[in-house]
Design a protein around this ligand. Structure first.
Ligand code: URA
Length: 397
């Protein structure tokens, strides 16, 4: 590369000022004073000094900023202060924010001049997780939390993708959640909360993929460490590998009593989708049933990162599948198939095996009807379970 380009990339000065510095003999390459701006240097191997100090080549820069409210995420704005105004002049002018936070949103903003990384982090195909701390007004219940988890209609072509939601606290007029989403739609968090009849009163981004805001003070910035840059660059790849791996190596285990707390955590998250699990008492009763099934080795689960992400109960005496549930954010990873395959191997295939699930076009029920059909189950009679209209499926011998 040209010597003047090398110096410009390091922000030693503008193109004309670095040419001036070179002509004035302020630069040495491998111990020799070079006065030609177009002199070719090897950025990785040559020893280049400016005013006697050795320079190390770097062209890509990464900063994390704790954006305060009242500032716009832009490089220029006629009316408002921008996030760039929070960085000193001396810092590169070619930085840009990766994605945007609303004017009233606070929290983690990544600034870089690495267009490729920016593209990767924002690409809808990469599903980079972004976690927000969200204070809301309105009421919350398990149904609304499940709606957020499964995806809500925010007025776009498609509902939002499954999200992770942690209810942190509730009070008279509102609640606080931690929400992890994998898309970056316009005003997404605010629109998701609006979709469950709430309103965001305070929003702060806590993390983007592996990058965490931590205790960086509001309005402050810092360069990323090399490790953080490496993690960010490799993150989409890691996620994709994990997704692939998850299809192949998830082991189906027999649930044991010490799993019960984790097991019920999953059941509670999806309970709104299971008639018969509407009340605290029915959930408590169900947990006793699960323990009974565990003792008979009729309770299967799949764990991922020590968390139970899928469960299935089956009955040998009735030759039936009794209950199948998969964590919303782990759907479409082959978990249902893996559980069902194992359960069928434990049941008597010389006789009919049955299962019942929501009827076709049932708006309330998210049912694995397709999965059962894929395994050869045939639609049988319409029935009612816990007073709810259901349909029996039968797998004939
Ligand atoms: N979602 C929003 O609604 N606003 C933001 O600033 C970020 C995510």
């Amino acid at each position: 590369m040209r010597l003047d380009k090398f110096l410009c990339d390091l922000q030693i000065g503008s193109r004309s000022s670095v040419k001036e510095a070179i002509k004035n003999g302020m630069i040495t390459v491998n111990g020799i004073c070079i006065k030609m701006p177009n002199f070719k240097v090897d950025k990785d191997h040559d020893c280049i000094t400016y005013k006697g100090e050795q320079l190390t080549y770097q062209s890509l820069y990464y900063y994390i900023l704790h954006k305060p409210a009242g500032i716009v995420t832009a490089t220029k704005d006629c009316h408002d202060k921008t996030v760039m105004d929070l960085l000193p002049q001396a810092i590169r002018k070619d930085l840009f924010p990766v994605g945007r936070l609303d004017k009233d949103t606070e929290g983690l903003l990544l600034l870089t001049n690495d267009g490729m990384l920016c593209h990767n982090l924002l690409s809808p195909k990469k599903h980079i997780e972004k976690t927000y701390y969200v204070e809301c007004t309105g009421s919350i219940n398990s149904d609304k939390l499940s709606q957020l988890e499964l995806g809500v209609d925010i007025g776009d072509d498609k509902p939002t993708l499954p999200a992770r939601v942690k209810l942190l606290s509730t009070h008279d007029t509102g609640y606080i959640v931690e929400l992890t989403i994998t898309e970056g739609r316009f005003h997404q968090v605010k629109r998701m909360i609006a979709a469950i009849e709430g309103c965001v009163s305070y929003l702060k981004r806590l993390s983007i993929g592996p990058l965490i805001l931590g205790d960086l003070p509001k309005g402050a910035y810092r360069p990323l460490t090399n490790t953080e840059v490496d993690c960010l660059k490799n993150y989409p790849v890691i996620i994709q590998q994990e997704r692939k791996r998850s299809n192949y190596t998830m082991d189906v285990l027999f649930g044991i009593p010490s799993d019960i707390e984790q097991w019920m955590k999953l059941v509670k998250r999806v309970s709104w989708n299971f008639p018969g699990l509407e009340t605290e008492e029915s959930i408590e009763e169900h947990s006793q049933t699960v323990l009974e099934f565990m003792s008979k080795k009729q309770a299967l689960c799949i764990k991922y990162n020590h968390e139970i992400v899928g469960v299935l109960l089956f009955s040998r005496s009735h030759n039936m599948i009794c209950c199948l549930a998969v964590s919303p954010e782990y759907r479409c990873h082959g978990i249902g198939s893996a559980l069902l395959t194992k359960a069928l191997s434990e049941l008597d295939r010389s006789k009919s095996i049955c299962v019942s699930t929501f009827r076709e076009n049932d708006k309330k029920g998210i049912a694995p009807r397709k999965l059962y059909k894929k395994f050869g189950f045939k639609e049988a009679e319409l029935i009612k379970e816990f007073g709810y209209p259901n349909q029996k499926f039968i797998l004939y011998p």
